[in-house]
Ligand binder design. Sequence first.
Ligand code: ACO
Length: 403
Amino acid sequence: GLEIGKLLKDTGQVTLDTGFVNTASCVSSITYIDGDAGILRYRGYPIEQLAERSTFLESSYLLIHGELPTPAQLEDFTSRIQHHTLLHEEMRRFFDGFPRDAHPMAVLSSAVSALSTFYQDSLNPFDQEQVEISTIRLMAKVPTIASYAYKKAIGQPMLYPDNSLGYVENFLRMTFGVPATPYEIDPVAVKVLDMLLLLHADHEQNCSTSTVRLVGSSQANLFASVSAGVNALFGPLHGGANQAVLEMLQVIREDGGDVAKFVSRVKDKKDTATRLMGFGHRVYKNYDPRAALVKKAAQEVLGRMAKPDPLLDLAMQLEEIALSDEYFVSRKLYPNVDFYTGLIYKAMGFPTTMFTVLFALGRLPGWIAQWREMINDPETKIGRPRQVYIGYGARDYAPIAGR
Ligand code: ACO
């Protein structure tokens, strides 16, 4: 059977492209990446310009609707989101039911999936108005869900959203605020988190976005498709990398802080699970333009701290050693967006398990924009890859007594 399968692979009937390294699954006008030149643009606008001058909500509008909003459009988008931040009271029971030590990504994907039980009035993928209201509901409610997941994990009461606050302020207050106690908003934290969300907002056909499109191609609703995307993001080779980077830095520190020793272990490849987390990218083979912006922000945020985080120094040493090492150079492995984000999130007070949730918050508008583009594209077909079968040929069933 195995041999036949290998032969079949060469028959030219199907293309075997494990991991879709060289197969496009759609046409898209949302995000442009030139991996060799280190270029990333949302709807034509360079990521550097957006990071410096736009905001997360404005860029979300751009990704979803195709153009930068006018002042009136932005005002309308923002206020509609602000007015849908509350979760249905019944949804709280979900949070009560999960174990306290549940990973917040597992809680997030379950709660996003549950939105399609509460909002049955907006599940028709071909009704423009319903898609619009689902879009607003997701953008508005995911930060509330994320902060509830955190509060649940630390055993604190949940805080209702405060609709007078901006998107990021509201999220930070719901996450770190305590009931009946004024919450002091740190404007630097707000600005940096807003930029980090913006930098994660879309990245064309990555694993989670392709998942959202694939699930949506069966005409599953937006909530169902996005919750699948959250699950795809959970893995350490994708969104889970930001958590994995910090855990890696902690392991190096506990092991005496010998960065060179860790790099040799990675290069040894004896333990295939040991990779330099936060390094390498399927598309960027020069540098990840987001990583440069995040590194600058990390230095800014961490530089403000009274007691500098020793992990920042370890990360910089690691980057320096890797960038001058033949193993990494020849494989074109550079820091990706998540090499430094974890250090910033840590400095802001987030536990490591929340890091991937923050990535999900950022990637949400991209998932929505890509799902909408997919559903409106007349060329969309249900996603259904082929395979190269390498199992047995036909054989006769043997009764259990004779096995
Ligand atoms: N550390 C050590 N070696 C690596 C790393 C790494 N981080 N990444 C790739 N390599 C090596 C591979 O072992 C392989 O070497 P070989 O040719 O000797 O076998 C070579 O580089 C090519 O690697 P692939 O796995 O084929 O590259 P692929 O494009 O499939 O993987 C990925 C990309 C998953 C991002 C990979 O680089 C990786 O695992 N990085 C660490 C996890 C990470 O940071 N993920 C976040 C990605 S970005 C994001 O989702 C935001």
